[in-house]
Design a protein around this ligand. Structure first.
Ligand code: ZN
Length: 340
């Protein structure tokens, strides 16, 4: 089969012929139809410090996929050949206290498909049956291929009660934009999204009913005045990993505000913890999705009118991966989906 492989410990990605994976008794084999290119894949492509520490080579990359089950392991009972599926990219252990309490996303022994397990940028991928999420007919393969990042957005946006609240999102990448759409869908009052990149902010306004603010040229306080906001944002969703964005968010929160952090800083940085203390702000780190409550909520919201389709701005054939990765690494605003 064809697969996109991190074949060498250097920047780049390569298409190679690989054997179709063999499955164990608790696995299924998925014929991949569509995949999304993620920020994680770009770290691996660029071969940055994180990737060098984390990814053994050679490794088939990719973890955002939609496809069809073509084989099921001997002990798999609840899935069948022909089913359209996506699935959770984190493969968890079952021994930790968290897993045994059903909090699988907190398992310390988690491995990542396409990171340290063979991934989905391939014609076939082996997935533990436990991780599979069947797709309703109403959710097509394009959306199926971006459920992983949508799940990040849902997990972050639903971390705190945002009904009737004013929400600030820093970072208008695909996950920030989808987080804005989710916040709007579940009933936030004002949803403001900030970035320094005009293309991303334009896309945000196209995808969701949000107030885009380019903090390179407009003061956030001015935008708040325009909206009639007096005190500050109730809930913050930090999606950029940029130190300046977190500083700005903390400065513009209400007393007792709550912040969910999904953006990963490139390196440790200094910030004013005293402001967090005196404003009595809650900070919560977010990683991945809750298994499988986030998946349930996400599918339910998609079936009840949540629309994030426009966040996919480019569809390409897998053969054109070189151009696709160049575009994604070059900061293209929307999500790129590859067809296999
Ligand atoms: Zn991803």
């Amino acid at each position: 089969m064809r697969a996109l492989v991190k074949a060498k410990a250097e920047p780049g990605i390569w298409m190679e012929e690989r054997p179709v994976p063999e499955i164990g008794p608790d696995d299924v084999l998925v014929k991949v139809r569509k995949t999304g290119i993620c920020g994680t894949d770009i770290h691996i492509y660029n071969w940055d410090d994180w990737a060098q520490k984390t990814v053994p080579v050679p490794m088939i990359t990719g973890h955002e996929y939609a496809g069809e089950i073509v084989a099921v392991g001997a002990d798999v009972r609840n899935l069948r050949v022909g089913q359209r599926v996506s699935g959770e990219g984190h493969v968890v252990g079952m021994k930790s206290r968290a897993s045994r309490a059903g909090k699988y996303h907190l398992d310390p022994d988690t491995k990542g498909i396409g990171v340290n397990l063979p991934g989905a940028f391939a014609e076939y991928v082996r997935i533990p049956a436990f991780n599979i999420v069947p797709l309703p007919d109403s959710i097509d393969d394009d959306i199926g291929a971006i459920l992983d990042p949508l799940g990040n957005a849902v997990h972050t946006a639903l971390s705190f009660d945002i009904v009737g609240e004013d929400v600030l999102i820093t970072g208008a990448g695909p996950i920030g934009i989808m987080g804005a759409a989710v916040a709007r869908h579940v009933g936030a009052r004002h949803v403001v999204i900030t970035d320094l990149n005009a293309d991303r902010l334009n896309l945000a306004a196209e995808v969701a009913d949000v107030v885009p603010v380019n903090v390179a040229t407009e003061d956030l306080r001015t935008a708040m005045d325009r909206l009639g906001m007096r005190e500050g944002f109730d809930v913050g969703l930090e999606m950029s990993g940029a130190p300046a964005a977190l500083d700005q968010m903390i400065d513009h929160m209400v007393m007792g505000g709550r912040i969910a952090l999904l953006g990963v800083p490139a390196r440790p940085f200094i910030f004013d913890l005293g402001k967090v203390v005196f404003k009595m702000i809650t900070l919560k780190g977010i990683y991945g999705r809750e298994m499988f409550e986030t998946w349930h909520k996400m599918l339910a919201m998609l079936e009840s009118g949540l629309d994030v389709r426009k966040v996919i701005t480019r569809r390409m054939r897998a053969e054109d991966y070189a151009e696709a990765f160049e575009r994604a690494a070059g900061g293209e605003a929307g999500k790129i989906v590859l067809e296999w």
